[in-house]
Design a protein around this ligand. Structure first.
Ligand SMILES: [Zn+2]
Length: 436
């Protein structure tokens, strides 16, 4: 009897002991145990709300830049496309898309271009031998910011050349359908000679284009105190900031074309092997690092909507030079600039020159450049608001120079082509010598 009692006691205590030992394990498990069904539903709902918010945000970004098709497709293909918010947004975008108007004539799209912007007028317009050139060919940062504001207020929207015309599968250049809301007008923007040439040093311009700690494209500038600072000291980051604030100023992310020579390097870096290599006149011991940095900046710019064009390697007048020199210069551009900014199908002629008259291109220089991959050509003509030519296999467009000379003509009433884009008197920088 006593024996049985002991056994019963053991049998009773044993599970308790196991229970004690097992307890921590049970507690641990309970932490990772799935939440009750109710809670599970709640988290699922929260996640899907978060997902929807993100999706709506992405779709809005496309729609703001007139890509309604992409916005609608994105929402429609999501798992939550039945949700009320998503349905409503799709409906809105479908209606806004219906309101778009096809731009009536792609040969009537203006193209404005600028040079490097003056940061410090007291240095650029200081009366030295370069001063007159800067007054004639440059605009100041203040002027440029005002110009952007006027352009935006007047309904202009930045487009790329391939939004206007593109090669089809057969290699023929064809106009593209460009659809914008009523009152919006397409505009091409370009900036020439973004090299921060050696001659501009200490004259009140940015030093280079670079990338800041936040991964944003910005400028390096040496201020009055000789301090090296970063910020929006030239056209590219200023336009980037403006589009970030006003996404509807850009058609599907388009920003502008950067036309580059090669002889002084690109984007403010001494990258030219012939100029700064070990056999060059001014060897740059950091040439490899500078090339890498220039490439990094260019890659980032391309992701942000910028494109690059050839401006000839040596800033040559294509009308005056021989075919032989054009060939030599083009191969130099391809050797020294293309590895940094990538291949380009666009040539923006230096000096506003051209390889032919207004008649369709058909000469040796054209045949050569076309063979080298150039499909888009740009000259300068400020006698009209816009001029373009759709060739069989190319697109040619005229650009209007926005600079001191053109603004002076506007103020004096000699050429008022700029007035449709901005109010020149309002933009005119008071630090410039009087126009008349
Ligand atoms: Zn130029």
């Amino acid at each position: 009897m006593k024996k049985y009692f002991v056994w019963i006691l053991i049998l009773l205590i044993l599970p308790l002991m196991i229970g004690c030992h097992a307890r921590p394990t049970v507690t641990e498990e309970s932490d990772t145990e799935p939440p009750p069904a109710e809670k599970r539903e709640q988290t699922k709902e929260e996640n899907s709300k978060k997902e929807q918010k993100k999706l709506l945000h992405q779709a809005k970004a496309f729609a703001q830049q007139y890509d309604y098709e992409k916005a609608i497709t994105l929402l429609n293909e999501s798992d939550t496309n039945k949700a009320k918010d998503i349905q409503e947004a799709m409906e809105t975008y479908k209606n806004e898309k219906k309101e778009l108007i096809t731009w009536p004539d792609n040969s009537k799209i203006p193209h404005l271009f600028f040079h490097s912007l003056v940061v410090d007028e007291s240095k650029a317009f200081d009366g030295d031998s370069m001063s007159k050139g800067y007054q004639d060919y440059m605009v100041t940062i203040d002027e440029f910011k005002k110009i952007l504001k006027h352009l935006y207020e007047r309904g202009y929207v930045l487009v790329d050349l391939d939004d206007i015309a593109k090669l089809d599968k057969k290699g023929n250049m064809v106009f593209q359908e460009l659809r914008l809301p009523e009152g919006k007008k397409p505009l091409v923007l370009s900036q020439d000679d973004v090299s921060y040439y050696e001659y501009m040093k200490n004259d009140g311009f940015a030093k280079n284009l670079t990338i800041d700690d936040n991964g944003k494209v910005t400028n390096t500038y040496v201020n009055e105190e000789g301090q090296v600072v970063q910020g929006a000291y030239d056209l590219v980051p200023i336009v980037d900031d403006f589009v970030a604030k006003h996404p509807d100023f850009s058609y599907r992310g388009a920003k502008g074309i950067i036309a580059l020579t090669g002889y002084n390097g690109v984007l403010g870096y001494q990258t030219s092997e012939s100029g700064y290599g070990s056999n060059g006149d001014h060897p740059n011991p950091n040439i490899k690092e500078d090339q890498q940095q220039a490439k990094k900046v260019a890659d980032k710019m391309k992701r942000e909507g910028w494109t690059f064009a050839s401006h000839s390697w040596g800033h040559l007048d294509v009308n005056k030079i021989s075919l032989g020199l054009l060939k030599k210069d083009t191969s130099k551009w391809k050797e020294e600039v293309e590895p940094l900014v990538g291949p380009t199908d666009t040539i923006i002629f230096a000096f506003g020159s051209d390889i032919g008259s207004w008649h369709p291109y058909s000469n040796d220089k054209y045949n050569f450049l076309k063979d080298q991959g150039f499909d888009y050509y740009a000259n300068v003509d400020a006698s009209k608001d816009a001029w373009a030519q759709l060739g069989k296999q190319y697109f040619r467009q005229s650009r209007i120079n926005v600079d001191g000379l053109r603004m002076k003509q506007a103020v004096n009433g000699e050429n008022v082509v700029l007035e449709q884009f901005f109010d020149v008197e309002d933009v005119w920088d008071s630090s410039r010598p009087a126009a008349n």
